[in-house]
Design a protein around this ligand. Sequence first.
Ligand SMILES: [Fe+2]
Length: 404
Amino acid sequence: MVNMERKQFPLLYVHQHARGIVGWGAHKVAGQECLMYGIKHALLVTTGLQGTGIVDEVEGVLKQAGVAVTIFDGVTSNPKDYEVAAGTRMYLEAGCDGVVTVGGGSAHDAGKGIRIMLTNSGADTRLRDFAAVLEPHYTTRIPTYKPVNIPHVAINTTSGTGADCTAFAIINDEELVYKLILVVPGVAPNVGISEPAFMRLQPPQLVAWTGMDAFCHAIEPFIGRLNLPISHGTSLRAIKLLSENLRQGYANPKNDVALENLIWAQFIASMSYNMGGGMGMVHGLAHMVSVIKGLHHGYANALMVLPVERFNSIACPERFKEVGEAMGLDVRHLSPVQATDKTLEEIERLRNDVGIPAVSLSEFDFSEADIEHTVKWASNDLSMEANPRDMSPDQIRTILRSCM
Ligand SMILES: [Fe+2]
């Protein structure tokens, strides 16, 4: 009898990407989008975006359309479970009927978490119960979930998230110190609005960090073993756009041509993983490094991309050759293995060029105990599923020690 419990490839779940509105002035339709989805009183979820005037601008646009606004600015980078609970309480107390998120991935994911709580037991909902892990496999639990039906308009202010259109939310579990990957049907926002006029206010460092995050969103599904055909096209185009524009956008965030290309790069890179290509162990390890040490998600990915992809490269050198070609390298005359070396060098060069040198994890006081904590949780991280190579606990230890 065939053993159906052990398959190299699980069933592929292909998600629809959210509606997107991209372009100069896009934020001005936020009010009418709210009304279309039945939002008359929005909980505006944000980190505050101090010094930019963006929150005031969006509040004005919503009010002009007749949408009442209650602001929840209690979200921080790497959003925490207790922040999501506080936002849920505010939503209920104020009598809101929908969520508007303004910011990067932290704001959007916090807004998704609030909507999951509202769909279940309000602020008493335990988000951990919705965390997608390998064992027990998350797809066995999805049929027991209530689909999220609270409307959500996401307004994007960074050129490298994708969370404005994706069906996943990543929230810190502050008690157990790991990242909850929340995959609940209906959790993708109704619409993601990407406004270049907001993104040109990013500091260069944020362009670099979020750009490297988008690069990882593109490369991980492309080399990954879920092998979703949709991702092959979107990933290569995103890698090309990032290779051709990230340096310029970092050097000058007000370079509008580079910025527009980065916006499309992050948009289609997020399609690669969201539509079913999945994420890999760059994200798997970066999740833990950022939850333990509070590092920015994109920065943590930039630190982990080379050690993890070096480890992965023997599983799929042909794919790394294609990545090199998309990055503009002439590797036609090289074998896949030789081309892989060039590709990894080129990734390192891009990372260095945007002001992210290799930094030892010891600089952040990452300890042996932190390594063991990472081994424990990363081994069951959903990101392992799409990684092109299985990673044993010992191999995770070795990779992390090589970063110390
Ligand atoms: Fe990411």
